[in-house]
Design a binder for this molecule. Structure first.
Ligand code: MG
Length: 411
């Protein structure tokens, strides 16, 4: 079998969302109707075609418009090759782009889309699901968590069967977590994502982590900028709360220090940009050797990457849980066939050959990409307003610190 071509499918829905770095949280972080982030998705799907008529599907997440160019740039590396030799092709792609860096999510994302499609092709060619190729499954269902930032949403998730939720943003996190814990009781796991704001120093993050200790969190995610690895050590030494990170790094090389230095309890490579299933399986093994769990990230993750995550998590012993975006955009369930329905907070591991899914190409074409960068220009006019997202990222809590840490910034 030979690879004959690669096609890309770029799509976009909704309004751009600003980074969630701000101490003022939801008051200014969103720009959609009524300030809701729901509905903003950028997805890039990839199809690898072969001379035997088998087509594999993959997905790249992160910065899709850039990734589309990167995938097209990689196409000639793999066209003409045997798609069954996945490891060889991954290494070939890596060598081809190594001059641009070994750990970035752009290169990692582009290789992910192609790599994912190769696993899909191999499964279809052999008539087995991808999880069979990854070593066989140790679980039939994968536990998932959904997002909830208010008591009302948390109770709704709990009523629908979810046993884990995650809140986000750095606006008064202790009070937010306390409200969620009060709303759902002890039977639902709670995580919080601080999104690694550059202004949150390790000392401040450690203080927050200590304050969050009583709530028995599933994890605190990106408590500081993820590049600040020595800062993670300081937070770990100061507080007894599980830490999670890794969504912005790709490949085993990008996750190496987080794991080897045991800076986190949960590693979170993104299934759509972590370097593909080829890398995710290796990252999971590295983590396992350090008693670190894996909970793949799903930031802008689309439905094909979710399928890939299900196959992966079916096979790794240290697979903790999968991030699930199910209410972000009503058409999500129509883009992918078949749509994985959640039941009691779990998704069922697919059994069809390959990944077991396909996209509706015509529906994708109805939503052309417009751009991948947030922060609308008019919002930028409010730059340097103390305590807002638009204030310089490094100085937000250098003013009004007492208000922020006391929670009075919400009053
Ligand atoms: Mg995150």
């Amino acid at each position: 079998m030979k690879i004959t071509g690669i096609r890309t499918f770029l799509m976009h829905v909704g309004q751009p969302a600003a980074p969630t770095y701000a101490t003022d949280g939801p008051k200014t972080q969103a720009f959609g109707a009524e300030g809701k982030l729901n509905g903003f998705r950028n997805w890039l799907f990839v199809k690898v075609e072969t001379d035997e008529g088998i087509t594999g599907i993959g997905e790249c997440s992160g910065w899709p418009r850039v990734l589309q160019t990167a995938v097209e740039d990689l196409a000639h590396i793999v066209i003409g090759e045997d798609p069954m030799h996945i490891e060889k092709l991954w290494q070939k792609m890596q060598v081809a782009i190594m001059g641009h860096g070994m750990t970035g999510t752009v290169g990692g994302g582009a290789m992910t889309g192609i790599d994912m499609a190769l696993w899909d092709i191999k499964g279809k060619a052999l008539g087995v699901p991808v999880w069979q190729l990854l070593g066989g499954k140790i679980r039939d269902r994968v536990r998932i968590y959904t997002h909830a930032n208010t008591a009302e949403v948390a109770r709704s998730a709990q009523a629908r069967g979810f046993s884990a939720i995650k809140c986000g943003g750095v606006s008064d996190p202790v009070r937010k977590v306390a409200e969620l814990r009060d709303a759902v009781g002890a039977d639902v796991d709670i995580a919080i994502d601080l999104h690694g704001p550059p202004w949150l120093t390790p000392a401040d993050a450690a203080r927050l982590a200590r304050a969050l200790e009583p709530y028995d969190l599933m994890w605190i995610e990106d408590p500081i900028a993820p590049e600040n690895l020595s800062g993670y050590r300081r937070i770990r030494d100061a507080a007894h709360v599980p830490l999670a990170a890794g969504e912005r790094s790709a490949t085993i090389f990008g996750q190496r220090e987080l794991i080897e230095e045991e800076l986190v309890d949960v590693v979170q490579p993104d299934t759509g940009r972590g370097g593909g299933l080829t890398q995710m399986k290796k990252i999971a093994a590295m983590a396992e050797a350090h008693y670190i769990m894996m909970a793949p990230h799903s930031g802008s993750l689309g439905p094909v990457a979710e399928y890939a995550a299900l196959h992966l998590l079916a096979t790794i012993p240290n697979g903790l849980i999968l991030e699930r975006l199910e209410d972000d955009w009503p058409e999500r369930r129509n883009i992918i066939r078949p749509y994985p329905e959640q039941t009691d907070g779990f998704l069922t591991v697919p059994d069809a050959p390959g990944l077991g899914c396909d996209i509706d190409e015509a529906l994708v074409a109805r939503y052309p990409s417009q751009g991948n960068t947030g922060i609308p220009a008019e919002a930028g006019n409010r730059s340097w307003v103390p305590g807002t997202w638009s204030e310089h990222l490094y100085v937000q809590t250098r003013t009004g610190r007492q208000r922020y840490f006391s929670g009075k910034d919400q009053e």
